[in-house]
Design a protein. Sequence first.
Length: 176
Amino acid sequence: MTTARATRLTRNDWLEAGRDTLATTGPAALKAEALARQIGTTKGSFYWHFRDLPQFQQALIAGWEEAALTALIEAETEPTPAAALLHMAQGINAGRRLENALRAWALSYPPAAETVARVDAARLGRITAHLAAIGVTNPDMAHVLRAAMQGLAALDSPERAQTALSSLVDLILALR
């Protein structure tokens, strides 16, 4: 997105550029002027949509949280608890670049850390409920599965991560 646009940029255009920048470069690159150059406009457009950089950063974080929680709701439409667990894992895996960047940012930025903690708690709650529905009541298994969903998405290729997570869910199901 380095060419000038003929149409007016929207708030979402800025947030999309921010998500891409966060995922590829990190939070230090989230600056109005740098983002404006990236999308081919002036930083005045940024300030038309956002009061300041902290408001923009909060909007980025809130957007990630909304998407993560929406993915949990979407997983509930699966026909079985095991399928819902796999759907959750696929969602984390699909958004891996942004999630990994946001988690790294959370290590030094309290607003991001608070949001990550809320999403983790929501995921853990849903994983616990799905495991209980299939007869796995050991609470440690929910923690193991949540950590595996996040860890494999961070460390492995998308395809390999999905295969490994499917194998882990199958193993947990065999343990019940």
